[in-house]
Design a protein around this ligand. Sequence first.
Ligand code: NAD
Ligand code: DAU
Length: 351
Amino acid sequence: MILVTGGAGFIGSNFVVDWLDCRDEPVVNLDKLTYAGNLQALATLSGNEKHIFVKGDICDGSLVSHLLDKYRPRAVINFAAESHVDRSIHGPGDFIQTNVVGTFHLLESMRAYWNTLTDVERGAFRFLHISTDEVYGSLAPDEAPFTESNRYEPNSPYSASKAASDHLVRAWHHTYGLPVLTTNCSNNYGPYHFPEKLIPLIILNALAGKPLPVYGDGMQVRDWLYVKDHCSAIRCVLESGRVGETYNIGGWNEKTNIEVVRTLCRILDELAPRTDTSSYIQQIQFIADRPGHDRRYAIDAGKLERELGWKPKETFESGIYKTVKWYLTNQEWVNNVISGTYREWVKTQYG
Ligand code: NAD
Ligand code: DAU
């Protein structure tokens, strides 16, 4: 069996559902259920004995050790994190606690567990740490996409906390021999994306007749990957990745933010036209920029393709269309996650 942390969040829940769709191997899912974690994203697994959900914190070393001893997983995949850059600017403390201290506790519990395994089990064990392209900092317009050998230059409290966690993972491999793998992925989008992030926020605000907030000039570039493609890349790295290596994951889909927002407006114009039949584009509003906003991210996923043969299945055009359709047909999920705390966040961030 495998142990997944943060499996009730956006990427983790997609991963767990896909895993149980294509594998027979059970999953223990440890998640603290913060504002970003939602069991409704796992509703299709209700009654499935291969999914064991445990509410808890990765900072709780004794709980993690207990789960490792009880379930004896052959692999641990760490999705658990505070993941929203804007929130990290308003309050970095939780990011240090979960992303840095939490990863430290996980590593220590795993090291103790790994030392109890037989030689064969120790050789087969893997810890896969899920990280981000943001650790590499910001690219100039003419710079080549990030490769695995780019220098770490994190600029936000979020990316600094993720960078710190990547360094801990690297050190636990070099010092103690723990068999680790790290993946650094670009921006994901797709079903169950929490509506504080750009794509779901724009879809929801458009449908509600609210302004579509674009930071600064909207010319910042992100490299988008459909979440199911991220999940297939993680399975591929877990099965065949070389121990101690890092792998960049991306979809070769660089887009400016304004291009993404206009694309969403055009799809919504087609699938859910405004009652006055004018375009949603008129709801776009340029607002104050994010402090320290990274200008451009772009991932070179060549190593993953060359070494392990992985390629994304979705284009940006097919993935974004599917995503808009998903939000239009899953408004109940959306309404359920828009709690009082979510409304508080929108007030803090957008006034
Ligand atoms: P998310 O915010 O949607 O979900 C995070 C999950 O972790 C939630 O279910 C939350 O309850 C859980 N969690 C938070 N703190 C915890 C703790 N202390 N103990 C246990 N569980 C805890 O995040 P996401 O977008 O699904 O991202 C998952 C991982 O992928 C993160 O590590 C993130 O850095 C990384 N990542 C995300 C993206 C992206 O575009 N979303 C891209 C690259 C990498
Ligand atoms: O690059 C990978 C990262 O992508 C992950 O590590 C993070 O966990 C994930 O949240 C995401 O970070 P971003 O900051 O790129 O994502 P976000 O959706 O918050 O913003 C995408 C871009 O859109 C960014 O340039 C900021 C901009 N933006 C965002 C919001 C919420 C706006 O212009 N307006 C908005 O209201």
